[in-house]
Design a protein around this ligand. Structure first.
Ligand SMILES: Cc1ncc(COP(=O)(O)O)c(C=O)c1O
Length: 386
C-alpha cells in the first residue's frame, strides 16, 4: 500500500526531542556512559504519600471504569480548592477540566477553537506543542513572537499585528528560557487578548518549581482574565509524576466547555485512581506556601542549579541562576547544534536552542534533572570539552 501522510502531518517540523532520545538510546546501546541533561523529566520520585495513595486507589476495583470526560467531580472540586489556597482565585467546578497531561490539553484547546487559516501567536523559542500539536495539526498558521534576552524573554505585544489571530500561547515560568514574569506583564497580556478578542492559553506547568521564595503568579489573578483565558497546570513537574499523566486546565467556562467537547470525542477522562491520588496531592497545600515535600524537592534542584550555573560561568559561558524551572538557558556563543554535538561527543546530552524555534539559535538548554554527582561529572566533562 502506498500510504501518504496528511498534509498537516507533512507540515510538522522534525520533533527534536524524539531525535535526541534516539541518539541517546543509540549511544547507550554502544555502551557510552552518556549523561542526559536534555529532557525535562525529573529524576526525583513522587513523594511517598503519593505512591501510598496510588497503591491504595489502584487496588480498589471501583476505580477501573471510564471516568467523566471533564474529570471526576471530586477532582475538579480539589483543583478549585487548590486555586483558592495557592492563588486566591475563586473557581467553580465547571471552570475546571481534568487532562491526561497538560500536553494533550494544549493541543486539544486549539482543535476546539482554531479554524483552518487562523493565526496563532506562538512564543519563539518555546515548548514545541504550541506550534506543532496545537497549531499545525489543527491547520492553523503559527506566528512567531520572538522572546529576546533584551526583553527578559517576554514578547513585545506592541509589535504584533493582531489581524486574524485567534489564539495566543504564553508560558511562564518559561521552558526553555526559565524566564519569569510579574502580574504587571500578565495584565498587559490580558489587556492585549481582550482588546483583540484573542483566546489566551497560559501554560503554568512550572508554577511550583521555584527557588529563593519566588512564587509564580496565575494569569487568573488578573482582573478580566476569566473573559479570555484558560490556564494549564500539571502534576507532572510539581509532584514528579510525568508518567502518571494527570493535569488540568481552568478558566473561562466557554473555553473549558469547548475543550471538553473535543476531548469527549477523542478520549475519556484520566483514570479514576490517578484523579483520586491528585486530590490527595493537591490537598497537601494548606496555604499559598508549598508543602514540605516540595520545599525539599526544590532545595535539591537549587543545589544542582548552582553547581551547573557556577561551572558554566567559570568557563566563560554567561548565564543566570534561574528563579524557576529546572532549565539553564545558556548563550552558547554560536551554532547551537555544533555546541550540542561537541558536548554529546564529550558524553553530555543537552538540547540545542534551535530545536525550540529560530530565536532559540545561539542558546542551549541544559536541564538539572540528574543527581548532583552526575551533574558534577557532567560539569567536568563540559569544562574539558569547551
Ligand atoms: C512548558 C511545558 N508545558 C507543558 C508540558 C507538558 O507536561 P505534561 O503533559 O506532562 O503535563 C511540558 C513538559 O515538558 C512543558 O515543558
Amino acid at each position: 500500500m502506498n500510504v501518504e501522510f496528511a498534509d498537516r502531518v507533512k507540515r510538522l517540523p522534525p520533533y527534536l526531542f524524539a531525535e535526541i532520545e534516539k541518539i541517546i538510546k543509540e549511544k547507550k546501546a554502544q555502551g557510552v556512559d552518556l549523561i542526559s541533561l536534555s529532557i525535562g523529566d525529573p529524576d526525583l520520585p513522587p513523594p511517598p504519600f503519593v505512591i501510598a495513595s496510588l497503591k491504595k486507589e489502584v487496588a480498589d476495583l471501583k476505580n477501573h471504569n471510564y471516568s467523566f470526560s471533564q474529570g471526576e467531580p471530586d477532582f475538579r472540586h480539589a483543583v478549585a480548592k487548590w486555586y483558592k489556597k495557592r492563588f486566591h482565585v475563586d473557581l467553580s467546578s465547571e471552570e475546571v477540566i481534568a487532562l491526561m497531561g497538560s500536553k494533550e490539553g494544549l493541543a486539544n484547546i486549539a482543535r476546539a477553537f482554531v479554524n483552518a487559516g487562523d493565526r496563532v501567536l506562538v512564543p519563539d523559542p518555546s515548548y514545541p506543542v504550541y506550534n506543532n500539536g496545537g497549531t499545525i495539526l489543527n491547520d492553523g498558521i503559527p506566528v512567531a513572537m520572538p522572546l529576546l534576552q533584551e526583553n527578559g524573554f517576554k514578547p513585545d505585544f506592541g509589535a504584533i499585528h493582531p489581524e486574524k489571530v485567534k489564539m495566543l500561547f504564553l508560558n511562564y515560568p518559561n521552558n526553555p528560557t526559565s524566564a519569569i514574569v510579574d502580574t504587571k506583564f500578565l495584565k498587559e497580556a490580558v489587556e492585549f487578548a481582550r482588546e483583540n478578542n484573542i483566546i489566551l492559553c497560559y501554560d503554568n506547568a512550572y508554577s511550583e518549581v521555584t527557588f529563593g521564595g519566588y512564587k509564580a503568579p496565575s494569569v487568573l489573578e488578573v482582573d478580566g482574565a476569566m473573559d479570555v483565558a484558560i490556564e494549564f497546570h500539571s502534576l507532572s513537574k510539581t509532584f514528579n509524576m510525568t508518567g502518571d499523566r494527570i493535569a488540568f486546565a481552568v478558566g473561562n467556562k466557554q473555553l473549558i466547555s469547548g475543550l471538553t467537547k473535543v476531548k469527549s470525542q477523542i478520549d475519556s477522562g484520566p483514570p479514576v485512581y490517578t484523579q483520586k491520588v491528585a486530590v490527595k496531592a493537591l490537598a497537601a497545600y494548606t496555604s499559598r506556601e508549598a508543602p514540605e515535600f516540595l520545599k525539599n524537592n526544590n532545595q535539591i534542584l537549587q543545589e544542582r542549579r548552582d553547581l551547573l550555573v557556577e561551572t558554566l560561568c567559570k568557563i566563560g559561558y554567561k548565564c543566570e541562576k534561574p528563579k524557576a524551572t529546572f532549565y539553564v538557558w545558556v548563550n552558547c556563543k554560536g551554532d547551537s547544534m555544533k555546541f550540542a554535538t561537541k558536548l554529546l561527543d564529550a558524553g553530555v546530552a543537552v538540547t540545542p536552542g534551535i530545536g525550540f524555534g529560530k530565536y532559540g539559535e545561539g542558546y542551549a538548554r541544559i536541564t538539572f534533572t540528574q543527581p548532583k554527582e552526575r551533574i558534577k561529572e557532567a560539569c567536568d566533562r563540559i569544562a574539558n570539552a569547551l
